[in-house]
Design a protein around this ligand. Structure first.
Ligand SMILES: Cc1cc2nc3c(=O)[nH]c(=O)nc-3n(C[C@H](O)[C@H](O)[C@H](O)COP(=O)(O)OP(=O)(O)OC[C@H]3O[C@@H](n4cnc5c(N)ncnc54)[C@H](O)[C@@H]3O)c2cc1C
Length: 438
């Protein structure tokens, strides 16, 4: 590795790792500087008493196109959730499923009134249309957006979905995915995510979600990643002949190109003023947070790899899963691991969250809940970028900000594992093209 590499990537989340790996594949020398003690960014897993606790409940969707290109999915040993979900309403749990993959269960949902015929037909039309557009390459949440992009809620209402079905299914299911119950996320992001759920499965890797960045990092030459190396500033390109970053300890590192692969807030602090599009005064871009409580239990309350989402506004639970039902390895033998994600609009503090979750879960599972043992409560301040249509209109239009200065990360493309991988790949291709031309 030369002292002065072709490229320095700042930030070792999925976007930064994907970028560094693509640059290394293209024969470029690259250094990745990560502030934290490990790479992986928001995709991380801790082990507590032999249980794998992901830092916030997240799933890998095996239909993600960029994931298929960049990851060795077999090596991740993915366990798969059943399609659809159990929807909790009051004390009742109703199953809403994908009629193409579970036709009998879908018929039962129609018969018991969980899904009305009109909404079932609208889901069928939506599914057919989105899969057709997906196949034709017509849904890309990572490209610049149309000025008239709508919110998910507006799009669902325009398609004629009943208020009842939106509240009973789309709000708890996609509200849990987007980490906001208002369904203010842009229509394109919803359409892409819906297509991913229809085309594949929600999955967990046997080694925990952290196995995904671990696999990307293992594809890099040994001396590329430097962890525990916070960058304090990226030097303005106009005032230096080559790119450079200033580390928190005062060191200066020179290179030919810099890629800022951090989250948006860090990018705003690091980049020279004026590098990013300024938002309109009326546009706020608040990041979305997440909370999760993990419990150990002697057995699973659900007894299968099914996602439970809550349409019950009386309690804190957004969704509840049993990762150890999905893939072995999340819990020690003979035990079950339960994740309860807390609704983003739940006001209760963290100390009360576990007790509030147990109270609500008791309504669904009865005395089973009494033996659940809290393992960890996690609060993630920045989980997803704001993806409302207004916020998305102020993303950079591509990875190149200035000569020798590039950006990637889910806030530039879309807030998902796929979006982060796409951004990293696009930034690497842009750096490579510029280095080749210079
Ligand atoms: C609770 C939660 C649930 C989610 N659910 C899903 C899901 O179900 N499916 C899905 O596809 N996606 C999900 N996501 C989103 C997905 O995890 C992210 O979109 C993706 O991981 C973002 O990767 P990134 O590389 O863009 O950013 P990050 O992971 O944030 O990486 C940025 C990196 O930059 C580093 N950094 C910051 N500042 C500096 C600095 N000054 N110097 C050096 N390094 C720095 C950070 O430490 C970090 O490692 C979820 C995320 C969370 C948190």
């Amino acid at each position: 590795m030369p002292v002065e590499p072709d490229c320095i990537v700042v930030g070792g989340g999925l976007a930064g790792l994907a970028c560094a790996r693509e640059l290394a594949c293209r024969g470029r020398s690259v250094r990745l500087l990560e502030a934290a003690a490990a790479s992986g960014g928001r995709v991380a897993t801790d082990t507590v008493d032999g249980f794998r606790i992901d830092r916030g409940f997240q799933v890998y969707l095996d239909a993600y196109p960029e994931g298929r290109r960049q990851l060795d999915l077999d090596a991740l040993k993915l366990g798969r959730f059943e399609p659809g979900a159990l929807v909790a309403e009051g004390r009742r749990l109703r199953r809403v499923t994908d009629p193409w993959r579970r036709p009998l269960a879908a018929v039962r949902s129609l018969v018991d009134g969980t899904v009305g015929l009109g909404d079932a037909l609208r889901v069928a039309r939506l599914r057919g249309e989105l899969l057709g557009r997906m196949e034709a390459g017509g849904i890309d949440p990572d490209r610049p957006v149309a000025a008239d992009e709508r919110t998910t809620r507006a799009a669902l209402e325009a398609r004629g979905f009943s208020t009842r079905f939106i509240a009973r299914f789309f709000e708890p299911f996609f509200g849990g995915v987007f980490l906001e119950r208002g369904l203010d996320t842009a229509e394109t992001v919803f359409e892409f995510t819906f297509a991913m759920f229809a085309l594949g499965s929600a999955c967990l890797p046997a080694g925990g979600m952290a196995a995904i960045p671990r696999q990307l990092a293992s594809g890099l030459p040994a001396d590329v990643v430097e962890v525990g190396t916070p960058v304090a500033a990226v030097e303005p390109v106009a005032t230096v002949e080559r790119g450079a970053v200033r580390l928190a300890d005062g060191q200066r590192r020179a290179c030919r190109a810099v890629v800022v692969a951090t989250d948006r807030r860090a990018a705003e602090r690091l980049l020279p003023p004026g590098s990013l599009p300024a938002t309109d005064a009326g546009v706020t871009r608040g990041d979305k947070g997440a909370r999760m409580v993990a419990f150990a239990a002697e057995r699973s309350p659900i007894g299968g790899p099914t996602l439970l989402v809550s349409a019950d506004r009386a309690g804190p639970i957004d969704n509840l899963t049993v990762p150890s039902d999905v893939v072995a390895g999340y819990a020690p033998a003979g035990a079950a691991l339960i994740y309860a994600s807390v609704r983003p609009d739940w006001a209760g503090d963290d100390a009360a969250a576990a007790a509030d979750v147990l109270r609500q879960a008791r309504g669904w599972f009865g005395s089973h809940v009494e033996q659940w043992r809290p393992l960890a409560t996690l609060r993630i301040g920045h989980a997803l970028p704001d993806e409302s249509p207004a916020a998305r209109r102020w993303r950079p239009t591509g990875p190149r900000l200035a000569p020798g200065l590039f950006i990637c990360g889910d806030h530039v493309t879309s807030g998902s594992i796929n979006g982060a991988l796409v951004g990293g790949h696009r930034a690497a291709a842009a750096v490579d093209a510029e280095l080749a031309s210079g």
